[in-house]
Structure formats: structure tokens, C-alpha cells
Write a protein of this length. Sequence first.
Length: 197
Amino acid sequence: MKNFISMSIFAGLLIGVGGLVYLRVGGVAGAVLFAFGLLSVVMCGAQLFTGKSGFLPYKELTKLIAMIALNAVGCAIAAFIASYCSSEALVANLNAIIDARLAAPWHKVLVTSVGTGMIMTIAVYGARQKHYLPLLFGVPVFILCGLPHCVADAFYYAAAAFYGNFEWSLLIAWLWAIAGNYIGCNLPRWFMDEKFE
């Protein structure tokens, strides 16, 4: 249990570091560098909600709920670090993300989050098959497509709190992103059926 807790928090921290570099650099370069977060999660065997949702048995949903909560704790730690890394670009990129989430209706957040979940599971599935390029390219793909990732969003929302741009309605958007990511994470095993290992 202790390992599950620490590795779930660690996963959130790693994704938060990826989010921090994306906010600082932005654009294609920032999206590519964000991949450090997912690469590190897989390398370390950390417990990431979107890395496990498509693989754990459905009956372990309560484990996933605990995992996303602990991932959010790790993201909050990363956001605290980010509060000491302020730059004009960071604040501008963060505000753009927050404004986009606030402007999006719930169904847009839900549907677009499905795409992220599918990409994440394919990336992790590839690593399990010793194909690592999907890990490197999957993250930039969902970022550059503007698809929400619930753990990355946990980092952005925590960072917004530190920078004074947080609104409680973001929590509703976060819940829709979690639901959409979970659905998307399960699409590969639903479509691939027995071919999914």
C-alpha cells in the first residue's frame, strides 16, 4: 500500500514536471519535452491514472479513483515548484490553457479527453511490446491536438491556484476529463479484444 501511494504521487510529480517545461517553452518544443513525464513514469513503473486505466481489471475502479487523487497530490507538489519558476511565457501559456478549459462546454471536454486516453494507452501498450516511439510521440500528439489529459490538467489547475487564476468550475471540467480519459484508455482493449495483451 505504501508503494502504491508513493508511486502514485510520484507519477503526478513527473507529469507535473512535464507540464512545467511545456508552460515554460510552449509550442512544439514544449510538447515534445513534456514527453519526459510519461517516459519517466513508464521507466520508473509509477502509478499513473492514464497509464493504468486501460490495463487494470474493471473491478479495480476504486484503485483508479485513489490513483487519480494521489496523482493530483503529486501535481500539486509540482505546481508548488512551478510557483518559483515564474516567467512571462509560463503565465501566458497557463492562462491560455485555463481560459480554454473554462470556455469549453462539458461535452467538448468529455469527447476530446477520449482521444487523450486512447493515445496514452497505445503509448504504454507500445512500451510493453518494446516499441518506445509511441511514448515519445504520443504526448506531443495529444498536446498539439488540444486534447485534455486529466493528470496534466491537475497540474495546470494547481498551478493556476498558485498564480491566482483558479476557478472552482475547473473541478467540473476535471471530472469530465477523467471520465473521457478513462473511456479513451479502454478503447484499445475494446477494439483489439484478444489481441490486446
